[in-house]
Design a protein around this ligand. Structure first.
Ligand SMILES: Nc1ncnc2c1ncn2[C@@H]1O[C@H](COP(=O)(O)OP(=O)(O)O)[C@@H](O)[C@H]1O
Ligand SMILES: [Mg+2]
Length: 281
């Protein structure tokens, strides 16, 4: 992979807090993990320093980056419990500039373990506070649920990216997700904004995909990314090889689409003044 976007890379120097982006949708199988792994890789490929936090007990993002359960040392469970600092919980990956905090199955039990704890919604936010200055972006891969793990991600995040699968009922569940985001904004995390909605698994040969995409754009307008992720067999093959599709097949349509998404996201954000620049929050 080439190092493009040198201007962006230069802008990375100097301590500042990373932008934290939660990738969330309570529906399973909509492309959250695929987006987390491949957007993270596309950003790293553009010269960004990126941290991916796997916050799903299923650990698909960890597996997709080549970390089998036996290869995972400290995990996001340890990070949340305060048993490991970010520095020891994270590990380098096969992708240059991309670091990962893996997930393990014991994350599934955390909801019960911390049910009685004060500030149980902000465990991740507290673990990350002041620790992310070495990164430009931190992506959090959420589980398919609006549970305490997802609430922790939304509480720690600056923005939330919502993948929507181009299928019938794509918008089903969006209202509930938006209500959850609003609740977090009103209480736990007033700075949370919607990063954007990403159309995934778009099938050009299928009229339905086009209808759904039009419908979603009608409802959500410019909140929807221009970049659209096509249904692409290379994208679904890559995880079984333990690598992002951008490495597995850099020239396929899926890789192009995730690169387009990364560029669009960086462009959108470069126009916005970074109020927290320089502050190690
Ligand atoms: N653009 C795509 N083209 C083809 N298959 C995809 C694409 N995106 C995701 N998939 C496949 O769909 C399934 C669900 O995707 P995943 O990212 O795991 O969803 P989630 O994390 O929301 O549950 C996986 O098997 C994945 O490989
Ligand atoms: Mg997933």
């Amino acid at each position: 992979m080439s190092l493009r976007g040198e201007g962006e890379a230069r802008a990375n120097s100097g301590a500042r807090r990373a932008r934290i982006i939660a990738i969330a949708n309570q529906k399973g199988g909509v492309g959250k993990t695929t987006t987390a792994v491949n957007l993270a890789t596309a950003l790293a490929d553009r010269g960004r320093r990126v941290l991916l936090i796997d916050l799903d007990p299923q650990g698909n993002a960890s597996t997709g980056l080549g970390f089998a359960p036996a290869d995972r040392g400290k995990t996001s469970y340890d990070l949340l419990r305060g048993d490991a600092e970010l520095d020891t919980a994270m590990t380098a990956t096969i992708v240059l500039r991309l670091f990962l905090v893996t997930a393990s199955a014991d994350l599934a039990g955390i909801e019960l373990e911390i049910a009685q704890e004060d500030r149980r919604e902000s465990l991740l936010a507290r673990s990350l506070r002041g620790q992310t200055t070495g990164f430009d972006e931190v992506l959090i891969d959420c589980p398919p649920s609006l549970n305490l793990l997802t609430i922790n991600a939304l509480t720690a995040a600056d923005s939330v990216l919502v993948p929507l699968q181009c299928e019938y009922y794509a918008l089903e569940g969006m209202a509930q997700l938006m209500r959850t985001i609003e609740r977090v904004q009103q209480g736990l995390n007033p700075r949370l904004v919607l990063e954007g909605v990403l159309l995934t698994m778009y099938d050009q040969r299928n009229n339905l995909s086009e209808l759904v995409a039009d419908d979603v754009r009608r409802h959500l307008g410019d909140k929807v990314f221009k970049a659209v992720i096509p249904r692409n067999v290379r994208v679904s093959e890559a995880p079984s090889h333990g690598m992002p599709v951008l490495m597995y097949d850099p020239r396929c349509a899926g890789s192009d689409a995730y690169t387009d998404l990364a560029i669009e996201m960086l462009r959108r954000n470069s126009g916005v003044p970074r109020e927290r620049r320089g502050a190690a929050a």
